[in-house]
Every structure is written in structure tokens, then in C-alpha cells.
Design a binder for this molecule. Structure first.
Ligand code: NAD
Ligand code: MG
Length: 398
């Protein structure tokens, strides 16, 4: 069997590390050909020494020099590149079959697009590509004949529960008998906190998720439930379903990862322990099943599962995302940009936890009504303008 060549973009992050863990279990199936990272150069060097990729890519030229030094004795054959062109080059390299797109935020959009345009099997973890540039990403994927497999646990669950003939890039096929898609949300660490208590939340509290271990940005997004809002937008693009057929249910144990309801009254759900190696292994092996290292679920041990409707008053970000989705056009991209800036300001201690949604609401109100960017340059301009307005809005709060 020919081994599949894999590029792991964002290798030093939470998803990247889990991906390498799964890949290391199946050396006969996969060959790691490219790794990328932004700032954790020592960690990337260790990964490169262990997995011996052909390419390792970092953001800055100084870091590339440092990485070359670190690899000079133990892995001199690794070609070190830097910058966005090298990253897109790794994502579209002819030797690469599968690209794990796990760079956080807007920085991940171009490499994901490059992989899609080059017809790769794209394991899409980065939310930015779909939320900022849904139509642009889907048309690049269609043009490149890429296979897009969702990694986000909810979308991966939905993918597993949809009819087997469903295809990521053909929304028509999802329509057949599918009544609703129900995304589950843990509700984050403040699910039952009072609004007064939530106003005083610190970055450390927001980053301590009860069920999942994740990067800081997505941990804050889980705590505000903006993460679920961005996931509604992702689901809309991935599965071709409008906001009226998308629903969120809070399920604090994070055991059911999402559900699909059919016209005949059936609801299919995907369950598992909350560990991202399951969706990663599912997508890496698809359509076959691979060992992921995740323990099997024991329902008797769990005993009970709980569900409740989300509280829109304490989690306004969810409503903002639904609003952006209904608005369409520029809405999702503007919301995503405003949220990235607001979350960064919160993590720096410049704004309070509940002000994240306030900043997003103001930016969406002022800038969310235009049309979506028709190409990547237009998307980036829209994104820049929304970021500038978010910074201005934050300054006016000080
Ligand atoms: P993380 O912060 O742990 O890792 C991010 C990775 O991106 C790192 O390797 C970092 O080096 C790289 N990176 C950051 N900025 C960069 C830049 N400017 N240029 C190039 N590389 C850069 O994040 P994560 O939790 O692994 O999440 C990655 C993506 O997957 C996010 O879009 C997130 O929303 C999504 N996701 C994560 C989880 C999870 O459980 N962690 C679940 C679902 C979806
Ligand atoms: Mg998720």
C-alpha cells in the first residue's frame, strides 16, 4: 500500500499535536511530509527530528535560521522555509495528498485555500477559511476537486451522521430527508454563572475548559459561546443548510458531539469521549476506521447525559452569529474579525469578558451589511477593515 503524504499545518498547536499522535500510530499508512509552526521553534524542531518531514515552515526569517541551526546536526535533510508563500507551497506540494489545516485564525485561510485549489484531501480544522471566505473556499475546493473533511468535532459528528452519499461540496445531496442539524455545545466553564459573575471573568478562568484541552483563542470562544456561533456558520457552508434548519443544544458532558434529524423522526448522533484524536483519525482514515488511541465510551460509567437550551441573554455571541448568518454577505467575515481582535484584547486584560460580545455587536452593526468578498483579496480587505473598526471600538471603551 502506498503511504499517503501528509502536511500538518499548525503542527505545534493542540490539533497539530493530536494529529501527529494519530499519525505516529500508523507509520505504514502515512508519511509526514511537511510541518509548520508560528513561534514554538524548539517544539517544531523536536517534531521534525522525530517525523523527518521533507519541509518545515515557520513565519519569520529569523525563526527559519534558528530552526536550521536546531536541525543542522540531527535532521539536516529537512528543507526549512518561511512565510506565507512557503506555507501555501507546502499545502499544495505535489507530493502531499492530505493537508491538516490547523493554523488558528485568519492566518490559516490562505494555506487552506491553496490546499483546496490543489485538489488535496483537506482536513479542515481552521474555522477561518469557512467563516471568512465560505463561498471562496467552496468554489476553490470544487475547482480543485478537493475532498474536504471536517475536523471540528461537531461537524465531523454531523458528517458521520449524514447519509453516506452526502458530499461536502454538493449541498443538494444533504437535502434528502435531512430535517435539521443539531450542534451540541458544552456551554463552557460559565454555563451556570450569573451575569454579574461573568462580567469579572479572567483570561485564566476562560481558558480552563471543563471537557476539552484547546488553544487559548478557541477556549475563550467556547466560554463566550462564539465558538458555537462560528460553528453554525461553518455548518451552513459545509452542509448547505440555512440558519432555520440549524440548532444548538447545550450538553455539558460533551459526549454527544452533534446530531442529524431526519424527516421520518429519526435522530442520529455520534458519541465518544471528548478527545480530538477521534475526529482526526476518522478523517485521516476515511472511509476506513483507524485506531486513534481514544478509549471506548462506557455509558454505564457515565450514567446520565444532560441537555438544555442555550441562554441567549448570557451568551449574546450565539445570537450575533445567527444574525450574521441571516445577514449573509459580509456578516460572517466581519464578525469573525471583530471577535479575533476582541478576544486578543480580553486575553491582554484590556477589556472585560462580556465586552467581547459588545465589541462584536458594534462592529457587526456598522460594517456587517455589505457584500461578501468575491475573492481572497476582497475578503482580506473586508477582514482588515473590520479589525481596524474593532480596535477603534475597543479604544473607545477604555
Ligand atoms: P493552537 O493555538 O493550539 O495552535 C495553533 C497553531 O497555529 C500553532 O501550531 C501555531 O504555531 C500556528 N499559528 C498560529 N498563528 C500563526 C500564524 N500567524 N502563522 C502561521 N501559523 C500560525 O490552536 P488549536 O486549538 O490547535 O486550533 C487550531 C484550529 O483548529 C483553530 O482554528 C481552532 O478553532 C480549530 N479547532 C480546534 C479544536 C481543539 O480542540 N483544539 C477543536 C475544533 C477546532
Ligand atoms: Mg467544535
Amino acid at each position: 500500500m502506498k503511504r499517503r503524504g501528509v502536511a500538518v499545518l499548525g503542527a505545534t498547536g493542540s490539533i497539530g499535536v493530536s494529529t501527529l499522535d494519530v499519525l505516529a500510530r500508523h507509520p505504514e499508512r502515512f508519511e509526514v511530509l511537511a510541518l509548520s509552526a508560528n513561534s514554538r521553534i524548539e517544539q517544531l524542531a523536536e517534531q521534525a527530528i522525530r517525523f523527518r518531514p521533507r519541509m518545515a515552515v515557520v513565519s519569520g526569517s529569523d525563526d527559519a535560521t534558528r530552526l536550521r541551526d536546531l536541525l543542522s546536526e540531527r535532521a539536516p535533510e529537512v528543507t526549512v522555509g518561511h512565510g506565507i508563500d512557503a506555507l501555501c507551497g507546502a499545502a499544495s506540494d505535489p507530493s502531499v495528498d492530505v493537508v491538516m489545516a490547523a493554523i488558528v485564525g485568519a492566518a490559516g485561510m490562505r494555506p487552506a485555500l491553496a490546499a483546496a485549489g490543489a485538489g488535496k484531501t483537506v482536513l479542515l480544522s481552521n474555522k477561518g477559511a469557512l467563516v471568512m471566505a465560505g463561498e471562496v473556499f467552496l468554489s476553490a475546493s470544487r475547482a480543485g476537486k478537493a475532498t474536504v473533511l471536517p475536523i471540528d468535532s461537531e461537524h465531523n459528528a454531523v458528517f458521520q451522521c449524514l447519509p453516506p452519499f452526502w458530499h461536502a461540496l454538493d449541498p443538494q445531496s444533504a437535502g434528502q430527508g435531512v430535517a435539521r442539524i443539531v450542534l451540541t455545545a458544552s456551554g463552557g466553564p460559565f454555563r451556570d454563572w450569573s451575569p454579574e459573575r461573568m462580567a469579572g471573568v479572567t483570561p485564566e478562568q476562560a481558558c480552563a475548559h471543563p471537557n476539552w484541552s484547546m488553544g487559548r483563542k478557541i477556549s475563550v470562544d467556547s466560554a463566550t459561546m462564539m465558538n458555537k456561533g462560528l460553528e453554525l456558520i461553518e455548518a451552513h457552508y459545509l452542509f448547505g443548510v440555512g440558519p432555520d434548519r440549524l440548532e444548538v443544544v447545550v450538553h455539558p458532558e460533551s459526549i454527544i458531539h452533534s446530531m442529524v434529524q431526519y424527516d421520518d423522526g429519526s435522530t442520529l448522533a455520534q458519541l465518544g469521549n471528548p478527545d480530538m484524536r477521534t475526529p482526526i483519525a476518522h478523517a485521516l482514515g476515511f472511509p476506513h476506521r483507524l485506531d486513534s488511541g481514544v478509549a471506548a465510551l462506557s455509558l454505564p460509567e457515565l450514567g446520565r447525559l444532560h441537555f438544555e437550551a442555550p441562554d441567549p441573554g448570557r451568551f449574546p455571541c450565539l445570537g450575533l452569529a445567527t444574525e450574521a448568518l441571516r445577514q449573509g454577505g459580509a456578516g460572517p467575515c466581519v464578525l469573525n474579525a471583530a471577535n479575533e481582535i476582541a478576544v486578543a484584547a480580553f486575553l491582554e486584560g484590556r477589556i472585560g469578558f462580556m465586552q467581547i460580545s459588545e465589541v462584536c455587536a458594534r462592529v457587526l452593526e456598522r460594517q456587517g451589511h455589505g457584500s461578501a468578498g468575491a475573492d481572497i483579496e476582497a475578503v482580506e480587505m473586508l477582514d482588515d477593515a473590520a479589525r481596524a473598526l474593532a480596535r477603534e471600538t475597543i479604544d473607545s471603551l477604555d
